[in-house]
Design a binder for this molecule. Structure first.
Ligand code: CTP
Length: 407
């Protein structure tokens, strides 16, 4: 018997597709590798495999119903427990296989109408989904956009394979064999870092908008992608993440406490409320340095003058404020510089009392606002530099977190 998964807690969600019968074999593989396994079934999965079998194989009761027995004659005692929350917190990883088109659609929309979907919504561990269905259902654009949506929310998706389907047709949509699902889970658990477990991380993201009047503002081109990628990466590594975001179109990654703000002063108030007790604070927001000195109530009318003057005043430098009030957290700032990047960045580290600064130059191809990638240099307070090639913002986020953990 191998000990590949010794001490790992695997939650297995089974929804109602014919491939559900193969899950017995998967449970056996997990148990043989010394994992602890709990199985949740949707009510329709009961048509394809017996909960008694899965309970015997896993050595745990199989969870199906959200609510206790309500048939008056059968009630002996009722205890209300939030089992879906408890079960979600218990697991190291949550694998949903097979995940029918219906279950995938529910995950994509946050529907929690059975024990499985409610547990997914309240879980903090990584969720792996194995969509399994007939080819036409799989290729339907509603299903493909649902799969894209769950990927974007931070779920891992194991693509279905080509083969014979329940309909008798041959095509894509089959669940990979239990051994493949097992291998995927082992690789995932071995490769995945949970090194921010129990840590609190505060991240700011996006631009700020500083109102001129009721319809106009001074803003910048930040889209928030870097900060959101950082939040997603930190949460996936087990951190409790608070994300304070300026105006952006981005969806909130799962398991993240998001606070929306508009102006630099609102961002400052939110940070000031949240910063105590944090282990890491990462200021990736492009906070406005200046705001219109006075805000016009209503809409400013144009005049016959060819020019108009807007008087600006300084906003609070949030990063500097945090640097002056360091209470046990590591402070990470960003610098967007177009020239003399390293000199300016070193100066910022000293002035703002930073532990690390992430420097990017928007002139570099693949860096800056709105792009999926970034080109970053990390510099710590001793002046040690790490220069990186262009990479996806999610990968850059993981490098920043790797470095943060060494501070
Ligand atoms: N920042 C902040 N509060 C502000 C302005 C900026 O906390 N009012 C933070 C940003 O989130 C970023 C860092 O400061 O982490 C660098 O911002 P930047 O505007 O590049 O630096 P400045 O110190 O304003 O320097 P410069 O004007 O030279 O660019």
């Amino acid at each position: 018997m191998s000990q590949l998964l010794k001490g790992k807690k695997i939650l297995l969600g089974v929804s109602g597709g014919i491939a559900a019968y193969k899950i017995c074999e998967l449970v056996r593989l997990f148990k043989k590798s010394e994992a602890e396994v709990r199985v949740i079934m949707t009510p329709s999965a009961l048509n394809f495999v017996s909960p008694v079998t899965l309970s015997a194989l896993s050595g745990n009761e199989v969870l199906v119903n959200m609510f206790p027995e309500t048939d008056q004659d059968k009630i002996t005692a009722v205890e209300t427990k939030t089992w879906h929350v408890y079960t979600g917190l218990w697991a190291d990883v949550f694998l949903i296989a097979p995940a029918t088109a219906n279950t995938v659609a529910k995950l994509a929309n946050g529907i929690s109408d059975n024990f499985l979907t409610a547990t997914v919504l309240s879980s903090r561990c990584p969720v792996i989904v194995s969509p399994t269905m007939d080819e036409d259902m799989y290729r339907n654009e509603i299903t493909t956009s649902n799969i894209t949506r769950i990927r974007e929310s931070g779920y891992w998706v194991i693509p279905p394979v080509i083969g014979e389907l329940a309909s008798g047709l041959v095509g894509v949509g089959r669940m990979p064999e239990p051994q493949s699902l097992f291998d995927y889970t082992v690789n995932f658990l071995n490769g995945h870092k949970f090194d921010l477990n129990g840590k609190k991380v505060l991240i700011t993201a996006g631009p700020t908008y500083e109102p001129i009047d009721d319809v106009r503002f001074v803003g910048n081109q930040s889209t928030g992608k870097m900060g959101f990628a950082l939040a997603k990466a930190a949460s996936q590594r087990g951190a409790e993440v608070t994300l304070i975001s300026g105006p952006t179109m981005l969806q909130t990654p799962r398991n993240i406490n998001r606070i929306d703000v508009t102006t630099a002063e609102e961002m400052f108030s939110a940070v000031d409320r949240e910063y105590l007790g944090q282990d890491f604070i990462i200021m990736s927001a492009a906070v406005a340095d200046y705001r219109p000195k006075s805000r016009f109530r209503g809409k400013i009318k144009k005049t016959d003058d060819d020019t108009m003057t807007l008087v600006l005043s300084r906003t609070t430098d949030i990063l500097e404020h945090l640097g002056r009030n360091k209470r046990g957290f590591k402070l990470i700032g960003f610098a967007l510089e177009t020239e003399n990047e390293i000199d300016y960045a070193m100066d910022k580290i000293r002035r703002k009392n930073l532990d690390l600064i992430v420097v990017n130059n928007p002139r570099n191809y693949g860096a800056g606002f709105g792009t999926e990638t970034n080109v970053v240099t990390l510099i710590d307070s001793t002046g040690k530099q790490n220069i990186y090639e262009k990479m996806h913002k999610f990968d850059a986020s993981n490098l920043i977190l790797d470095r943060a953990l060494t501070l």
